[in-house]
Design a protein around this ligand. Structure first.
Ligand code: ADP
Length: 426
């Protein structure tokens, strides 16, 4: 029977007994009234007990009543038990999450996106940045004050990172990445990149040193080969062919060494390109003349130059980048092809473009073209005198000028390489 049914039966029984008792003394209504009052008092008392029990929030009753009140107690107890189970589960998840974030080698700090106030941080952030519990609610940009970090932090856009010395130990290098999430929060991840930087520097030094060391022996070899080839003795007559091949290979080595040294300089020289104004229209005209000479009339050139459009930067570096693109167009475009050169601005940016009707490059090669020694067709690159370092140099020069290299290419149709510079003020 349902608790309500039992309760109604109990009520009817009590009323009937009350009425019978009243009848026995000749006053049935009085008996009924007394019983009703007694029932009311009993329910009020049970209600008060129930309310006290709810207000206490825990504990059991000494004697759990049956009937409707018992049912209410059981339901509330079941609800409480379920709530406690959920709480235990959430606490377990939370402590597992804490253990996980504390085990992370990277520092993680959650901040408000608008004000930068710290909401949470993990153990690694404590270690790498020296954060303490009392820093919760403080602005992260007041505690980590390196300009490189502040620039990235203020930009707060996804992607991109800043590298700077750790606030607690200047010998360690940290890389910070800001990842906005939710409506108004951002996760700032700090990675210790000291080791990677040390290895990177060792790699750079190694390449620079080895290139330096090779320079002199190669120059000496080139000198002797020239002397041998120029002489009119038996040696030059007998060994003319091999000597010529050796001279070509030595020249290739010289070009590779020079390109490697230039790349090392671009990588290690911390100073930004000089703030001199570069007359790009004059530079482009000069380079196009050199490209025409290299082409030897095998290609048709078209040139479009926006006069007066100058850049601030390093003329030598820009010359090297633009010349590489022009030389590539001449080297890879078969005779009879067209090469179009443009230097123009569209208000937002100024672009130097070289477009050719050469063989084009399959799309899957494009993301890797600027890697050192990456070649689509190694044989063709070597045959045309390539070092495999040209586009790597272009990329570095452009990075130092805050510009980027954009490449469009379609096999069979041709390629377009564009160096795009953000428009400079003033
Ligand atoms: P390389 O000295 O081999 O030309 P680069 O770094 O200048 O080295 O170019 C990398 C590769 O990109 C080249 O080996 C070539 O396969 C491809 N490439 C560059 N420019 C062009 C172009 N204009 N047309 C077709 N392929 C090109």
């Amino acid at each position: 029977m349902s608790p309500w049914g039992a309760e109604l039966w109990r009520l009817a029984g009590a009323l009937a007994a009350g009425a019978a008792g009243g009848l026995a003394v000749g006053r049935p209504w009085f008996g009924l009234w007394m019983t009703t009052m007694a029932l009311l008092a009993w329910h009020l008392w049970r209600g008060a007990l129930f309310q006290r029990w709810l207000a206490r929030g825990s504990g059991r009753l000494a004697r759990e009543p049956g009937g409707l009140w018992g049912e209410l107690y059981d339901r509330v107890l079941a609800l409480r038990r379920r709530q406690q189970q959920r709480k235990r589960l959430l606490t377990a998840y939370l402590s597992r999450f804490r253990e996980l974030t504390d085990a992370l080698p990277d520092g993680a700090v959650v901040v408000r996106r608008d004000g930068g106030e710290i909401q949470w941080f993990n153990e690694a952030a404590r270690r790498l940045l020296g954060l303490r519990s009392q820093d919760l609610g403080q602005r992260l940009n007041n505690l980590v004050r390196h300009p490189a970090f502040l620039d990235r932090f203020r930009a707060a856009e996804p992607g991109g990172s800043a590298t700077f010395p750790a606030p607690v130990d200047g010998r360690r290098l940290l890389e910070a990445t800001v990842v906005p999430y939710g409506t108004d929060l951002a996760l700032v991840v700090f990675r210790d990149v000291t080791r990677i930087h040390r290895l990177e520097r060792m790699r750079r030094d190694f390449v620079a040193n080895i290139s330096h060391e090779l320079k002199t022996p190669i120059t000496v070899l080139a000198g002797y080969l020239e002397t041998l080839a120029e002489g009119d003795g038996t040696c030059a007559r007998r060994w003319g062919g091999p000597l010529e091949q050796m001279r070509e290979q030595v020249e290739r080595m010289q070009r590779i060494v020079e390109d490697l040294l230039l790349l090392s300089r671009l990588e290690t020289d911390p100073s930004p390109p000089s703030e001199r104004e570069v007359d790009v229209p004059a530079l482009v005209r000069e380079l196009v003349e050199e490209a025409r000479a290299l082409s030897g009339g095998r290609h048709a050139f078209s040139v479009e130059i926006q006069e007066g459009l100058h850049l601030r930067g390093s003329a030598a570096e820009l010359r090297s980048a633009f010349a590489n693109l022009l030389t590539n167009a001449v080297r890879y475009t078969p005779a009879g092809g067209r090469i179009r050169v443009r230097w123009r601005a569209d208000g937002r940016r100024a672009c130097f473009e070289v477009e050719d009707t050469g063989p084009g490059i399959p799309a899957h090669h494009l993301p890797r073209l600027t890697e050192r020694f990456y070649r689509v067709d190694a044989g063709r690159s070597r045959d045309t005198g390539g070092t495999g370092l040209g586009l790597a140099i272009v990329k570095h020069v452009l990075e130092r000028h805050g510009a980027r290299l954009e490449i469009w290419s379609e096999p069979g149709k041709g390629s377009r390489f564009a160096c795009c510079f953000p428009c400079q003020e003033g």
